[in-house]
Design a protein around this ligand. Structure first.
Ligand SMILES: [Fe+2]
Length: 198
C-alpha cells in the first residue's frame, strides 16, 4: 500500500442492508443513458464496463457520510482492463464483487502508446498521443471487497487476474478529482447525480 492505492479505513463501512445484490445492480437503470458516460472515454469502452445508478437509500447514506462534493455510481466490469488513464484523477471505490479470487489492481508510471482517439484525446491528450514508453509497475494490490480504497487514476492503471464473473464496484468520485479541463463531462456527471430521482 502506498500513495497510489490505499485502503480508506477512516471512511465508514456501508451498512450491508443498503447494498443491493449483484442482480439488483445489474438490473438497475444505467447512469445517464448508458452510452454517454462510456463514450466520453472511447467508443469501445462499453465492451469492458457500464455504469448503473446508485439506489436511493444508498445515495442518501453516501450524502450523509461524505461531506465533500461527489458523484457516485456502480460500475460493472466485464473484463480485465488494460493500462489506461481515467477522466478522473483519483477515485474512492468500494468493491461489491471482486469478480474473482486473485484479481489485482495495478498502477504504473510511464505511458502507453495509443492511437489518438477523438473525444478522449480532447480531454486527456497526454494519455493518447504520447510515444510509448516502458510502463513501470508502482503498486499491485489484490483489493478486498466491502472496504473503501483510494486509487490514483491519472496514472496508467490496469486490472489483471482470473476474471470469472463481473467485477462490480461502487465508485465515489470527488468533484475535485474531476479534470478541470473537462467541464462538459464534469457538469454532466454532477447534473445527472443531482437531478436523478428514483
Ligand atoms: Fe480506470
Amino acid at each position: 500500500m502506498n500513495e497510489y492505492i490505499k485502503y480508506m479505513d477512516e471512511f465508514p463501512s456501508i451498512p450491508s442492508d443498503l447494498i443491493p445484490t449483484i442482480e439488483q445492480i445489474t438490473n438497475s437503470q444505467y447512469f445517464g443513458n448508458h452510452e454517454s458516460v462510456e463514450k466520453l472515454r472511447h467508443p469501445f469502452a462499453i465492451k469492458y464496463y457500464s455504469t448503473r445508478k446508485v439506489n436511493q437509500s444508498l445515495k442518501e447514506w453516501l450524502l450523509e457520510n461524505f461531506k465533500f462534493d461527489f458523484v457516485a455510481m456502480f460500475i460493472i466490469f466485464n473484463a480485465n482492463m488494460d493500462p489506461h488513464k481515467d477522466l478522473r484523477n483519483y477515485t474512492y471505490n468500494y468493491i461489491i464483487d471482486t469478480g474473482g479470487d486473485n484479481i489485482h489492481t495495478n498502477v504504473f508510471s510511464g505511458e502507453v502508446g495509443r492511437k489518438k482517439v477523438e473525444k478522449w484525446h480532447e480531454v486527456r491528450g497526454e494519455a493518447s498521443n504520447n510515444a510509448a514508453s516502458e510502463l513501470t509497475l508502482l503498486e499491485s494490490v489484490c483489493l478486498e471487497s466491502m472496504r473503501w480504497h483510494y486509487l490514483r487514476t491519472d496514472l496508467n492503471h490496469s486490472v489483471t487476474g482470473d476474471h470469472v464473473r463481473p467485477r462490480v464496484i461502487l465508485s465515489v468520485i470527488p468533484v475535485s478529482a474531476m479534470m478541470s479541463n473537462n467541464k462538459v463531462a464534469t457538469d454532466w456527471f454532477i447534473e445527472h447525480w443531482q437531478k436523478d430521482n428514483w
